[in-house]
Design a protein. Structure first.
Length: 292
């Protein structure tokens, strides 16, 4: 049953409207203070909340459109500069047909004697050197390519009326050649000419040979000289055939021409030539083993 409110007339001595309002205000202040002290209400004033119509929602960040079937970019491949680094100017090789001055400069500080200087004066230094190797490998004597003239005078013989033999007096004709060979600094020459080896190989290929075969050809030529047998030709018997003299001993006559030439220099000079050939072989092999 709903409540009903009854009204009464104001009586004498009752509270006036102003008094009532004052009492209500005091009670309200006390109530609010109690709430502060009990922690029900915060000490700071709450931030007023704007009416709903004034709240502007914060826009959400836009997401990129989905990418479909687009391959990921390939990683960039670093560009490698394959341009060869030029060698030092002194290591650059000239062309074969332009190499004479470079060869002369390379050995300029090495004593070569008159014979060596004479050899360098002519053109095509490398080609002539390769030609000498080519002839020596075949056992021939490169007379036209040697830097010294052939000994003057006829081949020295002794004829007692019953037989013709080699005379030891002819050996002295080769003393100058032997002493010149002995004076050469083989190690210095090899070091100075080592970088020109590719040009010697190129010149060697003009004989229809493999360019790299030049290395072994030098060894073969030097072995040919160094392996000359120890034979003293003084007193060796000779037989004449037409305009030339031949050795009566077939073991001597059958030797390669270069070895017979070494023997004709006499035992002492032959020993020098064989020694220098062996020395040059050792240096050449060492040079090849150190090459890149």
């Amino acid at each position: 049953m709903p409540h009903t409110f009854r009204t009464r007339r104001p009586q004498t001595g009752a509270l006036t409207m102003a008094q009532l309002l004052l009492i209500i205000a005091v009670v309200g202040v006390i109530a609010v203070g109690a709430l502060f002290f009990t922690g029900v209400l915060p000490l700071d004033e709450p931030t007023p909340v704007p009416p709903p119509s004034t709240i502007v929602p914060k826009p959400e960040p836009e997401l990129p459109d989905p990418v479909e079937n687009i391959p990921a970019p390939a990683p960039e491949t670093p560009v490698i500069d394959e341009t060869p680094v030029p060698a030092a100017a002194q290591d650059l090789l000239p062309k074969l047909d332009e190499s004479d001055d470079d060869i002369r400069d390379a050995v300029a500080d090495i004593p070569l004697g008159n014979a060596g200087q004479q050899y360098l004066m002519s053109s095509n230094v490398i080609e002539r050197g390769t030609s000498m190797v080519y002839l020596l490998v075949q056992g021939e004597v490169p007379y036209k390519l040697l830097p010294i003239a052939r000994p003057k005078g006829a081949f020295s013989i002794a004829d007692d009326g019953t037989r013709v033999v080699v005379s030891a007096e002819g050996f002295a004709r080769y003393d100058a050649l032997a002493q010149w060979l002995m004076s050469l600094d083989v190690e210095a020459l090899a070091a100075a000419l080592a970088r020109f080896t590719p040009l010697f190989r190129e010149a060697w290929s003009y004989y229809g040979e493999e360019a790299e075969a030049f290395d072994f050809a030098v060894i073969s030529a030097l072995d040919m000289i160094a392996s000359t047998p120890d034979v003293d030709l003084a007193g060796a018997r000779l037989v004449r055939k037409e305009a030339v003299w031949l050795y009566e001993d077939p073991a001597i006559e059958g030797l390669p021409a270069i070895q017979k030439q070494v023997l004709r220099m006499g035992p002492d000079n032959a020993a020098i030539v064989k020694y220098k050939a062996s020395q040059a072989r050792t240096v050449w092999v060492a040079t090849l083993s150190e090459a890149p």
